[in-house]
Write a protein that binds this ligand. Structure first.
Ligand code: UDP
Length: 266
């Protein structure tokens, strides 16, 4: 068993959080598209120390057949944590929490996808948490929507997602693990950025009406920022030039330490 102790405070006298962030500041986020060779679409996300990979397969034939939907594709999401993703070994069998989060992610993604274009088929989304440090359902939603886009699934938009929580009476964006465990609750949300339609909204802990309104505002702002990062990650994957045409790549080669490249003729 890991020996984690409760911190003395989650917000210091200067108003900063355990990792030095301001209340409305997100953790560093890095998203990559096309990280797996075998999947039809894939993406990874690092959000602070949370690290998740999403893989999409399909649209493809649905098994078992009794799950078939005649008017649209079945979006089947499997959110799983690896046994080593949390301080105490996670049991490999799917937990109630994993099943709940799978359903929540599917519900958040469905409104963004033209599922009606693929009746009777299944679109499988596998989300694997490699390292959990808070906010996994939201980070998983961010990565899954990128993986769907990478698979070429027709979508109305990407689906950015973030949790806003509370500790010591202050609203905090993008909770880390300890803020999640020892804080006063959190509100994960996801939106369709074009019209700010909320497609995921949960609440854990108690909030006043004013706090909920403010938390949703903060969450929508962060989602808009995440949406820009998602678009950048897609552009990065699809605008990559072949190494031979890439001047930066050739510059990099010339600067490999210890390598002796002949000078070009004047
Ligand atoms: N967590 C854990 N063990 C578990 C499940 C969760 O240590 O079996 C931690 C993990 O860091 C996770 C956090 O608790 O990110 C919060 O979990 P929650 O169910 O609130 O979902 P999340 O915030 O990850 O969406």
């Amino acid at each position: 068993m890991s020996q984690e102790t409760k911190p003395d405070y989650l917000i210091n006298p200067e108003g900063l959080r355990l990792d030095g962030r301001r209340p409305d500041e997100m953790r560093p986020v890095e998203m990559k598209v096309g990280v797996l060779k075998q999947a039809d679409g894939s993406a990874s996300i690092r959000q602070g120390k949370t690290y998740i990979i999403a893989a999409v397969y399909g649209p493809r034939e649905l098994h078992p057949r009794h799950l078939t939907l005649n008017d649209r594709a079945y979006l089947r999401v499997a959110y799983r944590m690896t046994t080593f993703s949390v301080p105490d070994r996670k049991r490999p069998a799917p937990s109630r929490r994993e099943r709940e989060i799978s359903m929540v992610i599917a519900n958040a993604l469905s409104p963004a996808i033209f599922l009606e274009e693929f009746p009777k088929a299944v679109i499988d989304v596998y989300v694997t948490v490699i390292q959990a440090d808070g906010g996994t359902r939201c980070a998983a939603t961010n990565a899954a929507s990128l993986a769907l886009a990478d698979a070429g699934i027709p979508m109305r938009s990407l689906v950015p997602s973030i949790a806003v929580g509370k500790a010591e009476g202050k609203l905090l964006v993008d909770l880390g693990d300890q803020e999640d465990k020892y804080g006063g609750g959190d509100i994960p949300l996801a939106i369709l950025p074009e019209n700010e339609e909320i497609v995921l909204l949960q609440q854990d802990g108690s909030f006043t009406r004013e706090e909920i309104v403010e938390a949703i505002k903060m969450g929508i702002n962060s989602c808009k920022y995440l949406h820009e990062l998602q678009k950048d990650a897609l552009k990065m994957a699809y605008s990559k030039k072949a190494p031979a045409d890439d001047e930066d790549y050739e510059d990099d080669l010339e600067h490999v330490p210890g390598e002796d490249f002949p000078e070009e003729d004047e």
